[in-house]
Design a protein around this ligand. Structure first.
Ligand SMILES: *Cc1c(COP(=O)(O)O)cnc(C)c1O
Length: 414
């Protein structure tokens, strides 16, 4: 098919040209004396992205799922219990892994479309006087439903209950796109991966580990091998890996970290919020459809799950979008299969790319019989974006272009 594929699944995301070029490298000796120059700068910049001074960033050649396993097997002992909540396919799969590895999960089931139930967590933690619960699991951004949870509030609940459990957070679809603060929120293990906000192909599992988590690892009697933090940290400390690292991905990560730090984390978070708000305007004001996320406090700035009207199969929308318009939308997973489709809006992205995706989504919806007004979603998004600032106000320099809607009568920038 001519033209570009419009990739709007919530991972893998678009890889910027700069990153793509940086990955075209000749292989080199990963035990050379020069190799640590690359790895040391990567680990230092990853810590900035996790917002940690005291944590340790670790990279596994794996996907994010491997880091779920790393988090559990390094810090728990056989049969120990975690507190977790299920409200979408990703939070569900992590809980399932807890059981498969022989740990126990105390599970709070929530409606799909809501996030971590902090009040319930508080009650359970307060009641757990014997500290049977060793870790609290939280999916920061549930990619299946487009729901973001309040990690700072979970930390406050844990502190209020004076509970010593570790806080383990899945930030696979939020890191480097939605604000995340490892140190300030007292997160002990943050799990992430390369193919979402970090704008790389899949293949790197990236974790950040607190001192408290490393101390728990010392006491753990759980067997583990490939995903052991210990061997990794020992080798990384000298700039090396205990086994062969994927060099092109590391070169790509070096470049993507540079791009991220050049734009600045605050600007990136703002851009994601601004772009997501335009998508939500298209869904709600333009198409008059509903998001799977049940209330504004849950709205995700990296992915929107859109509920299709009764009698329509969302898989049909996705298939027509792909076959006829070369647009990849995210499927409804598990419990919401057939009921929602998803637009991923994270990573290397701007307004005009999203206008393409919204236009393609409208056409596909019309093709399968959803009665939306042609152009209504695009119009609502345009209205939102023109009325709002894509740069945090305080950072707009005087010399920046004056937008027509904000013009004060000066002819500058016209
Ligand atoms: C994508 C994703 C994962 C799984 O990551 P893989 O890299 O596919 O293993 C886990 N959690 C969340 C929230 C995700 O979005």
């Amino acid at each position: 098919m001519a033209g570009r594929n419009f990739l709007f699944v919530p991972g893998p995301t678009n890889v910027p040209d700069r990153v793509q070029r940086a990955m075209v490298v000749a292989m080199e000796d990963h035990r050379s004396s020069k190799f640590p120059d690359l790895t040391r700068s990567i680990f230092a910049d990853l810590k900035k992205v996790f917002k940690t001074e005291t944590g340790t960033a670790i990279i596994f050649p794996s996907s994010g799922t491997g880091c779920w396993e790393a988090a559990l097997t390094n810090c728990l002992s056989p049969g120990e219990t975690v507190l977790a909540s299920r409200f979408g396919q990703f939070s569900h799969l992590w809980i399932e892994m807890v059981g498969k590895l022989g740990f126990k999960a105390e599970v709070v089931d929530c409606d799909w479309g809501e996030g971590v139930p902090v009040e319930r967590y508080l009650e359970i933690l307060e009641a757990d006087k014997g500290h049977r619960i060793k870790a609290v699991l939280a999916t920061h951004n549930e990619t299946a439903t487009g729901v973001t949870s309040d990690i700072a509030a979970i930390r406050r609940a844990m502190d209020a209950a004076k509970h010593p459990a570790l806080l383990m957070v899945d930030a696979v679809s939020s890191l480097a796109s939605i604000d995340f603060r490892m140190d300030e929120w007292g997160v002990d293990i943050c799990v992430s991966g390369s193919q979402k906000g970090l704008m790389l192909p899949a293949g790197l599992g990236i974790v950040c580990v607190s001192k408290k988590a490393l101390a728990a690892r010392e006491k753990s009697t759980q067997p583990r091998c490939y995903f052991d933090f210990g061997e990794m940290i020992k080798a990384n400390g000298t700039g090396y890996f205990p086994y062969t690292p994927p060099l092109p991905l590391l070169c790509g990560l070096r470049e993507s970290l540079s791009i991220i730090l050049e734009e600045g984390l605050d600007q990136i978070f703002h851009r994601h919020h601004y772009l997501a708000s335009g998508v939500r305007a298209a869904v709600q004001n333009g198409w008059k459809l509903e998001l799977c996320a049940k209330a504004p406090k849950w709205y995700s700035d990296t992915v929107s799950a859109i509920v299709v009207p009764e009698g329509i199969n969302s898989a049909h929308v996705i298939d027509v979008a792909f076959r006829r318009y070369n647009l990849a939308l995210g499927a409804g997973l598990s419990k919401v299969a057939g009921k929602v489709f998803r637009i991923g809006h994270l990573g290397d992205l701007n307004e005009l790319m999203l206008i393409g995706a919204l236009g393609g989504t409208e056409m596909a919806m019309l093709d399968v019989g959803i009665k939306v007004e042609p152009g209504s979603g695009v119009a609502a998004a345009i209205k939102y974006w023109r009325g709002n600032d894509n740069i945090p106000k305080k950072r707009v320099a005087r010399s920046e272009v004056v937008y027509a809607s904000q013009s004060t009568g000066s002819t500058e920038g016209n």
